[in-house]
Design a protein around this ligand. Structure first.
Ligand code: GLY
Ligand code: MN
Ligand code: MN
Length: 440
């Protein structure tokens, strides 16, 4: 991502904060895994969105109209020994030179310097309640100023969450952001196709997970956007199954929910297919129902359609289908009103997608479902999960879990499916898997 993109975002943020006010946002921290070993570092999405700065121990400050510079970055000073052991870091000079900060200061001096910056500001925008250290420090800095009020300085009188401003910006993706999302989607699509080709009975779920990660890394994307779900048979009925340790059996379905991250932007794809390469009759019936719901929901996606329209149509199709197949009994409108479908379809149709897999942005405005607008990206992922111990349905349905998930961009005229390259009709899946089996 070019520096100019981050600059544009900072400019927009400054305008929305307004003169006389200040905004703070902290980086993510390194977390210890076990003695001397850290978890892989992942920058805070809001912080990265505004700075492009990929280091821990940093704090970005925005002061619209500040004469010495509006964008200040507190970060680690350059340290030769640290560079030798842990690798490159920008240092104060790099922060201004390479990341276009107007001013930079050592993070170790933040207490002294930031109090001064907060003086005589009216309102402080920050990610309220997200990082208890920052919450605590901010109150300390403000108290420090208040204690000096006899010298004539005035402490801020209002604290506000920066999230509504920032998250509304993040909800609408620019061309540069979409380029990264398309790349994440493209490589994830290939990984899912590979997984279908490499799937056969006797292998383990984690081996399929390894095939996926292998493809992402070989393609230059080092991280998954979330832990991959590779769930065979009844494991697919556990929505967040990530154990991925069972052996694959012919006759079962395999549900894979996996996506790559490309420069902090996510893809999120789910496919469900038969391990043997051929659906059984009950599997095919439920699968076709989920697919019908997904296709109809995707059809809804266009500007000015409320967010819940896609969900509502998926509920209608799934409820009707479950009645037809005999898994639910009763009148469809009443079953929908009583939410009986939730026994088998217990999550919503999808979510915003962006830097975070469950991305930021409000789903309702003034308590009404918001209308879709060009530039928004969302997932459409209906599913059906029939618990193994569900006594109210015929045995043949039990232990089947199915979800189909694609990533959809809202365009001016309708939508674009970013993840269309993975087969999802029964015929296409069976053809791909049969061809692969023949090749061996
Ligand atoms: N992979 C998480 C989700 O589909 O929402
Ligand atoms: Mn999802
Ligand atoms: Mn998913």
């Amino acid at each position: 991502m070019k520096q100019s993109e981050f600059k544009k975002r900072r400019k927009q943020l400054m305008q929305r904060i307004g003169k006389g006010n200040i905004a703070l946002i902290g980086s993510a921290s390194v977390r210890t895994r076990n003695r001397d070993v850290d978890y892989p570092f992942r920058q805070d999405s809001d912080f990265y969105y505004l700075t492009g700065f990929n280091e821990p121990d940093a704090l970005a400050v925005f002061i619209p109209g500040r004469e010495q510079g509006e964008y200040i970055l507190f970060c680690r000073e350059f340290d030769e020994k640290k560079a030798l052991w842990e690798g490159a870091h920008a240092g104060l000079e790099g922060a201004t030179k390479n990341y276009a900060a107007h001013d930079s200061f050592p993070i170790d001096d933040v207490d002294e310097i930031l109090s001064g910056m907060l003086e005589n500001k009216n309102k402080v925008f920050y990610p309220m309640g997200r990082n208890s250290d920052l919450d605590h420090d901010l109150i300390g800095w403000i108290t420090h100023i208040r204690n000096q009020s006899r010298t004539g300085v005035v402490a801020p009188v209002e604290l506000a969450s920066i999230e509504p401003i920032l998250h509304e910006m993040r909800l609408f993706k620019t061309t540069a952001e979409l380029a990264l999302m398309r790349r994440a989607a493209e490589v994830s699509v290939q990984a899912h196709v590979k997984a279908m080709q490499l799937c056969h009975a006797g292998r383990y779920e984690y081996q399929i997970e390894a095939d996926i990660v292998h493809h992402l890394m070989q393609s230059g994307l080092r991280a998954v956007a979330y832990p991959s779900i590779v769930a065979s048979g009844k494991n697919a009925c556990t929505l967040h199954y990530t154990e991925n340790k069972a052996q694959l059996k012919n006759g079962d379905l395999l549900l894979i929910d996996a996506g790559a991250e490309c420069d902090h932007y996510a893809a999120d794809i789910t496919r469900t297919f038969p391990i043997s390469g051929k659906f059984t009759e009950p599997q095919a019936q439920l699968y076709q129902l989920v697919l019908n719901a997904q296709l109809a929901a995707i059809e809804q996606i266009k500007p000015n359609i409320p967010w819940n329209a896609a969900h509502d149509i998926s509920v209608e199709i799934i409820t009707k289908g479950l009645v037809k197949l005999g898994l639910l009994k009763g009148r469809v409108p009443k079953l929908i009103k009583d939410e009986k479908y939730k026994q088998f379809y217990m999550h919503r149709i999808g979510h915003w997608l962006g830097m975070d897999v469950h991305d930021v942005g409000d789903y309702k405005l003034n308590q009404e479902w918001r209308k879709l607008q060009p530039g928004m990206v969302l997932t459409i992922e209906p599913g059906l999960y029939i618990p193994e111990n569900c006594k109210t349905v015929d045995k043949k349905w039990r232990g089947i879990g199915i979800r189909i998930e694609d990533d959809i961009l809202v365009t001016k005229t309708g939508h674009e499916i970013l993840t269309n390259g993975v087969p999802k009709t029964i015929a296409d899946i069976e053809t791909l898997m049969a061809r692969d089996k023949e090749i061996g």
